[in-house]
Design a protein around this ligand. Sequence first.
Ligand SMILES: [Fe+2]
Length: 460
Amino acid sequence: MSLPYITYFSLKEKYTYLNGLGNLHQSEAFPGSIPLVNNHPQHPPFGLRTEKISGTALTAQPRSNNLWTYLYRARPSYDHETFEPYKHHLETANPSPPKHLTPNSYVWPTFEIEKGDWTVQHLLGGTGSATEKVGMAVWLFHLDRDMPPQTAFSSQDGEALIVPQVGALDIQTEFGNLLVRQNEVAVIPRGVKYRVTLPEGRHARGYVLELYQGHFRLPDLGIIGSTGLASARDFEIPTAYFEGELVSQGDDQVAVPNNGPGKWTIISRLGTKLWAATQGATPFSVAGWQGTLYPYKYDVKRFNYIGNLNFDHADPSVFVILTAPAFGKQPGTAVVDFAAVGPRWNPPEKTLWIPWYHRNTASEFVFPIISEQDSTSPLNTGGKFGPWGAWLNSNMVAHGSNDGEYAEWQAKDTSKPEKLQDGGITAGIFETENALLLTDWAFKSAQKNFKDQISAAFEE
Ligand SMILES: [Fe+2]
């Protein structure tokens, strides 16, 4: 019998993972790739070099906030040619800075954006500054091809939360491989190199939240207790994958990478612009790693909803999967919260089950994730962002449902619980503390001041 609370993906898993977000993890492509006791031995195993990635200040406190990882790799990452500007004549490689802010609500029924590989991303908007490590940005992608062979991408601007709306991403990272399918999300830490291809050649489109400040983590549970919402054990961390093999040299075995026929190109985002450098060695030559900083993925269907059992609605903070605390602000304030609201039972009696009319000090960016896995479903065959692209309510922008919907839900019999949102769409939400400023194209292409976010979203 199938379990109702995991996604039955149409694309089957092909990689193995470690489980448990927040733990120290370690993984070896070959037994013995990680040195015993030493982090940084004089002679690492298999002729490897030790390289550390520090994801936080070296003295980050408390100790649980200190994120770092040691990689044991064939060639150190410094071994590359000079980075040069990469396609800076293109908006996708050198976007106009986000600057538009009005008191209006916005909706994008879809996004007409150029398709391409993973390096062709479109900056929709952001807050703060990548170079000052404050705030975040939202990027969009519509992939119709793999990244070219022997290319890798990284963002030095921030930690990427990747949310496919439709399709799947095969992500080869320095830490190992992640298969990220619609209704899953992935997080790639700042500076980690990865390469994105399309399994079975299917197109994929979706959203990237780039966090300039800090890291995503599970929210504290407070009075909920020790379990509930997203469970740490449901987060999957890649296992080490070495692109190459062990070769005997005299009495020793040496990890020899398969660097391929030509040079590799590393495309890196810094200050929202793309830069490129070549190098002789594959970046995917990590035979082992150990630490607290790593990529991971999560099936949003595994979320354990907490809700009201007699009347009213709890605040939507009970839907938060991952949060990025805004350090230095009032405790509980986040740079951004990520929530995904999907199928769940809704029991409260004599309660209007649609969200209340409200104004929020945070900004809400809301978009659909297609949880329906049947490739013949109209939700999956549209070929463009849909059934809507996204909507955005900036801070204190009033929003709610239209009069017709209000009347329809007032007429409901609430004496029995009902399954809500079981129609193949999960609503993804980026809730940001600061106002999301829009880039030129995003501002121009948005419909403004909609009164009814549902019907406006579906109008084209
Ligand atoms: Fe809202």
